[in-house]
Design a protein. Sequence first.
Length: 194
Amino acid sequence: MARGINKRILVLCEGTTEYLYARALQASLSRERQRMVTIEVVQHKQNDPRSLAKEATKKASKAIREKNAYDCIWLFFDHDNSPHLAEAFEICELEGFQVAYSAISLEFWFTLHFEDCGRAFGSGEECLRNLMRLWPGYHKTKLNHFKSLFMHLPTAKERAVRLYNRMQDRAVVDRNPYTTVHLMVDYFESLDDG
């Protein structure tokens, strides 16, 4: 059951770029709402979505045992041609985790801030090159991406929703281009609304 101001939210990130974006989202909240959100980068030998989902399961179980369950758990990762992507989504669905995901990489979400891109990228490097063409000052870790792109956020969300709706007939691992980062942005925005 939602606990209003006392909600407990966990965001587990696959990498530094995701972590920094999630932290910027958190910083956009009022101070009292910021305290509800814990954001972590999960470091594993196999830094992939499946490991992230397994770690989320462990953290959720531990929180329940400690009688301090999370109200919502988000996993923030990208495709990056991970061989265990389908398993990660299965775990998320089974456990009720929310997913902020981009195919092929988070840079695709950033691209939507600049252009209505329907191109399926084969690799993160290819997507990054395209983004650098649109945003020459881009750097994976030296910018506040959320703040830098904020004025374009409504347009990016509209584009993401259209893609999201267009891809629903495909298995999630086969959706490219695709992103659900806009869902996490909407969720964070809703925290300050209620």
